[in-house]
Write a protein of this length. Sequence first.
Length: 350
Amino acid sequence: MKEKEKTEPEIDVTELWQQARLLITDKVKIPPIVLRVDESIIGTLGNFSASTGKAKSKKTFNICTIVAAALTNGTVLNYRASFPDGKRRILYIDTEQSPFHCKRVLKRMLLLADLPPTVQPETLEFLSLRRYAPKIRLAIIEKAIYQTDGLGLVIIDGVRDLAYDINSPSEATDLITKLMQWTDERQIHIHTVLHLNKGDDNTRGHLGTELNNKAETILQVTKDEFDKNISSVSAMCIRDIDFESFAFRINADGLPELVEDYQPKQSGAVKSFDYQEVPEEKHREALESLFANGETFTYTLLIPKLKNAYSVLGYSFGTNKAKLLKTFLTNKRMILKEGKVYRYNPGYHY
C-alpha cells in the first residue's frame, strides 16, 4: 500500500496579520542607539550591520575595535558604544580561523579594551565554529542567542560560512531572515562580516545583495594601495548621516591605532572638480544661506547641507563631489574648521 505523502501543516495567518498591522496612531519606541562613529549612528538594537572588504583588508582588526568599545561601553578608535544596562553581554562567533588564531583575536580585543589578557571577561563569550557544517553552525548560533541572558551584541565573522551556496537566492533569503528574526525577537544588534568580490567592490553573491538591502549599515574596510599596513573605514551603505572616513594602522604591539589626518594617495589621474563652474558670488550666496545666523556644522552634517544649498542655486553635486567642494572651500578659507565643527568666514579673499 502506497504511503500518504507528508504535507506541511497549514498556518493560520489571521493572528499574524493582526500583529503585523501598523497604524499612524501606534506608539513606536525609538530603538536604543548602541554603536556610533562620531555623530553617525551605525548600530541600534533590533537591527544588524556588517563589515565588508577584500581579503586581508584587516576586517577582523576592525571588528576587534568594535568589540573593545562594547566591552568598555566607551570609545575605541572612532567607534563609540553605549549599550544599556541588561544588554552588556557580547557573543563573538568565528567561522573561519583555528582555535589558535581565534585566541589571538580574543587577546587583541582585551588589550584594546585595556583589560587583562589572561582573564576571560564575564560579558564576552567567544565561539570557534570552523569545524562544523553550515547547518550545525547556524543551530549553535541560534541556541546561544536565545539562551544567553543580557545579550546586546553578536558578532558573526563571517556570515558566508552559514550557507552552503552563497549564490543561492533561497539560502540567502533564509539566512538574512534569520538575522532579522534574531535581532527583532531578542532586541540585540548583530554585526557580521562578508568579503567583497575580487574584481569589484560588490559584496559577494546573492547573500551580499540581500545583506546590502536589509542591513542598517555596511562598513567598507579598504587596504591602502601604497601602505599595506594602513586600512581605511568608510560607510558603503548607511541609513543615518554619513561619517568622515578614518584609517588605522597596526602598531608594534599588533594592535590597530588611529591614523591622524589620513589622506589616501591617488594611483592615477583623478577627474578634478571644476570649481570655475560655480562663480564666486554663487559660492558666497550658497554659504551665506547655509550658515545663516552664525550656525556651525559637523562634517557629517555639512556635506549633505552643502549639496542642498548649492542645488537650490542650480548646481547639483553628488556626495563625492560635495566632499571635494568642502576641501576647496576650506583651502580657500571660505569656511573654517574649529574643533569638530565648520563655520563660514565672510571675510575670505577668493
